[in-house]
Design a protein around this ligand. Structure first.
Ligand code: UD1
Length: 417
């Protein structure tokens, strides 16, 4: 089992390229199931979650090739509509294949995603929306089966919560449904816009992605296209946090700065200087990070839950006490015990964390509990005195391409063993 060894205390300097967005490439790979022909997806990061998606596509009968950040998917010979349990368990978000498989095959079978490292991960919103589109659903022995042998039919769907995955699943199911689907209270994340752009380039008719009302006019069939995935805003936030906590100064290349607005304002409140260009972002840390009054995670365009652990990590070294409220996932604080092993002073109560800044962090063995919690440990270890050993880094590999090489190039002393 590989581990990261980090010798903390080096200020980060230089430039780093931000890879394609994990949360875009996963639904786009699922969307290729709807496409007739060969889709070409550029800017795909090399991540274990991306490999898991490719393995699902291959299991369904697609031909997939990966070369230097480009994945081609030929769906001509799709013959299967079932995702086996072992592939589902590799990645909870494989539920995103449900809408696309159902629309293409008239049937879809997956195992129930159950709980995950962030707490219970219900898919009730996905299922009830697919029922509204005409699917019948049965659940037996941990399997969920959906059927729509005569095709899906457009409908108005009101989401009680602006779920990212449910919005994506509905879009995928509705693209080739008969008639019009309107999603009210849709999620507005940039990755949803990216998915809609991909599908529209293939011939879909989706309007309003990125707003809270998305309208999908069903078409008979969609073909394929070449598409470049947007940059990963959470990976960007991670390198910003690494620069901020080490007192460094870095340039992020290949970013869309407007996707980072809510994140930038928290870094600025902590005393960082940020300057944006059309596709790059410069961040300079102050000598001493300041406390921030309160960070609340909310849906886009608010502060994203996935960037929460990274901000919380830098606040452990800020001057004073900061308040942090996690509103999206009910069990997202497990990494905090590990941060405290590095000397952080954080108390949690329900969805609230109180972060008392300390003068210095110190190295200790620690373990990743989840993807972004693991990245928060890396950020903290970069500033901790001594050598930190981080285990269970397979979590980190789900979402970060070559993080060791990227941080080393910025001057960090980090290696994987
Ligand atoms: C996506 C992202 C994830 C991010 C999250 C919130 C991907 C692959 N993953 O996850 O990185 O943290 O958005 O920005 O894009 N919920 C229900 N019932 C449902 C669906 C969701 O109760 O049917 C709840 C969830 O338990 C959670 C909240 O809604 O508490 C947010 O979930 P959702 O927006 O669906 O996140 P994901 O799509 O799973």
């Amino acid at each position: 089992m590989s581990k990261l060894i980090i010798n903390g205390g080096k200020k980060l300097f230089g430039a780093v390229n931000i890879h394609g967005a994990k949360n875009s490439v996963l639904p786009i790979l699922a969307a290729t199931v709807l496409c007739h022909g060969t889709s070409i997806i550029h800017n795909c990061p090399q991540l274990s979650d991306v490999s898991a998606s490719v393995n699902i596509l291959k299991h369904l009968g697609c031909k997939c090739f990966y070369k230097q950040g480009t994945i081609t998917v030929d769906t001509t010979e799709i013959k299967c509509s079932r995702i086996p349990d072992n592939l589902m368990r590799k990645m909870r978000s494989s539920v995103i294949f449900l809408g696309a498989i159902l629309a293409r095959c008239g049937n879809a079978v997956i195992s129930s995603p159950g709980g995950c490292e962030l707490g219970p991960r219900p898919i009730d919103l996905h299922i009830s929306a697919l029922k509204r589109l005409g699917a019948t659903v049965s659940e037996n022995h941990g399997l969920i089966e959906l059927n729509a042998p005569d095709g899906l039919v457009g409908a108005d769907i009101n989401l009680s919560f602006a779920s990212v995955g449910a919005t994506e699943n509905i879009i995928l199911a509705a693209v080739t449904a008969r008639g019009t689907t309107v999603i009210n209270n849709a999620a507005k994340e940039p990755e949803i816009v990216d998915l809609a752009n991909f599908l529209n380039s293939c011939g879909a008719r989706i309007f309003g992605a990125g707003t809270d009302t998305v309208t999908i006019y069903g078409v008979n069939q969609i073909n394929c296209c070449c598409h470049k995935v947007i940059p990963d805003r959470i990976a960007a936030a991670t390198y910003m946090a690494a620069a901020a906590i080490t007192g460094g100064e870095i340039l992020l290349k290949d970013v869309i700065p407007s996707h980072l607005n809510a994140i930038n304002s928290v870094f600025e409140e902590a005393g960082c200087t940020i300057k944006c260009d059309s596709n790059s972002l410069y961040i300079k840390a102050p000598c001493q990070l300041s406390r921030v009054s309160c960070v609340r995670t909310v849906v886009y365009p608010g502060f994203p839950t996935d960037a929460g652990p990274l901000i919380l990590a830098i606040l452990t070294k800020a001057n004073g006490t900061s308040l942090f409220v996690e509103n999206i996932f009910e069990n997202r604080f497990r990494y905090i015990d590990e941060l405290c092993r590095l000397g952080a002073n954080v108390k949690t109560e329900g969805k609230i964390a109180v972060v008392e800044g300390v003068n210095s962090l110190s190295a200790a063995p620690c373990k990743c509990t989840d993807l972004r919690g693991g990245a928060a440990l890396v950020v903290a270890a970069l500033a901790a005195k001594g050598t930190t050993v981080i285990s269970d880094i397979y979590h980190i590999k789900r979402g970060y391409e070559n993080i060791t090489q990227r941080l080393s190039a910025l001057g960090a002393e980090i290696k994987e063993i």
